[in-house]
Write a protein that binds this ligand. Structure first.
Ligand code: ADP
Ligand code: MG
Length: 464
């Protein structure tokens, strides 16, 4: 429903954009230009967004800074609502809050043959609009993986099933998986996609066995059109989860539903993985992502800069690409760092600035943020950030929350109180309890200790 945008609203939004670019550069994306103000209604600023994935990004990452920007521009406290393209900017009460526990809204089952209800996908991991195909740079190391991913997104269930991509950390596996989801959803919005990590699958499976809710679990993983599981190598050694995944795989495959998997190793090299899974993983296309060469790294830097509306001169891109040559995540980290320095010092990105930003001193003092710890851990466990910060005590969120607390204690300088504050205002005794639980378990359970090391490594990788 096109509404005419008043000059006044437009000024507010332009002012907000300017404020955000200056004060919160790292959340800003080029597509913010396409957001349209849709009026202020009873203290709520309505902003119109062109795609659900963009709206989701704003809702998850941007509400506090946007509120701050609105207040700085108008001098008032304004609430915010992001509305979709063809959605009426609804007047009236805000939508009901999401219930605290998922259980509260779940019926025991739903009629055979029906589409799964909304809640079945509610805990699918969120998609990041940065990970679209448009922002994926193709080079010799990933050409095949990319072409196959595109084919899969054009004809899910028919091109390559399963699609299996493997490679070292930070080389674009998660990016490709999400690009597939984003493309399918853009072209067929009603496709039922469930996207999670192997750890998410394992945690939910174990939990469903414990609470005897297997029927619900099976519906959730089998009544989908596309099942996407990141880091499937974590099924290693998990016998009962492997058994369950075997049946999940068969059910989906027989129904011509698409299966998309990523792993840090090719199927046959995943330790302690049942042969029947190894062979199934090879039924479709197994492809790899390899380290990018210099030219590709330059293109990736330029692409990331464009995505963030950062001016990146060629000589700077060349300099950064020659300094960082292992992991693409580091390249993105460098762009973020340049963006922050340019905005703090209010100067353009130059070779000089890049030298300071990436100099050995600067690298030594890079600090790990709790936000990074939370992102890496929630991604790994397949839980949502909001759940970690909620009062839920359910085991499936309690453990990831404790893991986050322990990692925050180890890797940052925050006090126990501050750490508790990040997780729904818990007090320092709760944090101490979490530290002890994690330490005890690391001692007793080698797999868990290995997970802690993996997470720590990923957090360090993500902190470039
Ligand atoms: P992995 O899952 O393999 O560990 P990710 O997919 O998380 O790696 O990629 C790490 C970072 O590198 C992400 O920011 C991603 O967007 C970026 N990246 C990886 N490959 C490419 C590429 N070919 N083009 C652009 N960005 C890439
Ligand atoms: Mg990944």
């Amino acid at each position: 429903m096109p509404t005419t945008v008043s000059e006044h609203d437009r000024e507010i939004w332009t002012g907000m954009l300017r404020y955000l670019r200056a004060s919160h550069p790292t959340i800003c994306r080029q597509w913010f230009e396409e957001i349209e103000p849709a009026g202020v209604d009873g203290g709520t600023l309505l902003l119109r967004v062109h795609s659900p994935v963009h709206r989701d990004y704003l809702q998850r990452q941007c509400v506090p800074p946007f509120r701050e920007a609105a207040q700085s521009v108008t001098g008032h406290l304004l609430a915010l609502r992001f509305v979709g393209e063809d959605e009426e900017p609804v007047r009236g009460p805000a939508p009901a809050p999401v219930p605290d526990t998922v259980e509260a809204v779940e019926p025991a089952s739903w009629p055979e043959g029906d589409r799964a209800p909304e809640w079945a996908y509610a805990d699918s991991l969120p998609l990041n609009p940065d990970y679209a195909f448009d922002h994926f740079v193709v080079g010799p190391g990933n050409r095949l993986a990319h072409a196959a991913a595109q084919a899969v997104s054009v004809s899910p269930g028919r091109a390559y099933n399963p699609y299996f991509v493997h490679g070292d950390v930070g080389l674009g596996k998660t990016h490709l998986l999400q690009a597939i989801c984003l493309r399918i959803l853009a072209e067929r919005p009603r496709t039922r996609i469930y996207y999670t990590s192997a750890e998410g699958f394992i945690t939910q499976f174990t939990e469903s066995v414990r609470t005897q809710r297997m029927s619900r679990f099976r519906h959730k993983f089998r009544d989908v059109d596309v099942l996407v599981i990141d880091d499937i190598h974590f099924l290693s050694k998990k016998e009962s989860s492997q058994e369950e995944f075997f049946h999940t795989f068969n059910a989906l495959f027989q129904a011509h539903k698409q299966i998309v998997l990523s792993s840090d190793a090719p199927p046959e090299d995943i330790p302690d993985l049942e042969d029947r899974l190894v062979s199934r993983f090879k039924w479709g296309l197994v492809t790899s992502v390899d380290k990018p060469g210099y030219e590709t790294r330059v293109q990736i830097l330029k692409n990331k800069a464009r995505l963030r509306s950062l001016e990146l001169p060629d000589d700077v891109a060349g300099y950064v690409a020659s300094k960082l040559d292992t992991n693409i995540r580091e390249l993105e980290g460098a762009i973020v760092k340049l963006q922050i320095m340019a905005s703090v010092e209010n100067r353009p990105v130059t070779l000089d600035l890049a030298r300071t930003a990436l100099g050995d001193d600067a690298r030594a003092e890079r600090q790990i943020q709790i936000q990074t710890i939370i992102e890496v851990t929630t991604g790994f466990y397949g839980v949502k950030v909001t759940d970690l910060q909620s009062k839920r005590r359910h085991r499936s969120v309690a453990l990831p929350r404790q893991v986050c607390m322990a990692l925050a204690r180890k890797l940052t300088r925050h006090s126990l109180e501050e750490i508790g504050g990040y997780f729904g205002g818990r007090d320092h005794t709760t944090v101490l309890h979490a530290l002890k639980t994690v330490a005890d378990r690391s001692e007793a359970d080698n797999d868990f200790a290995r997970i802690m090391t993996t997470l720590e490594q990923r957090i360090r990788d993500a902190t470039a």
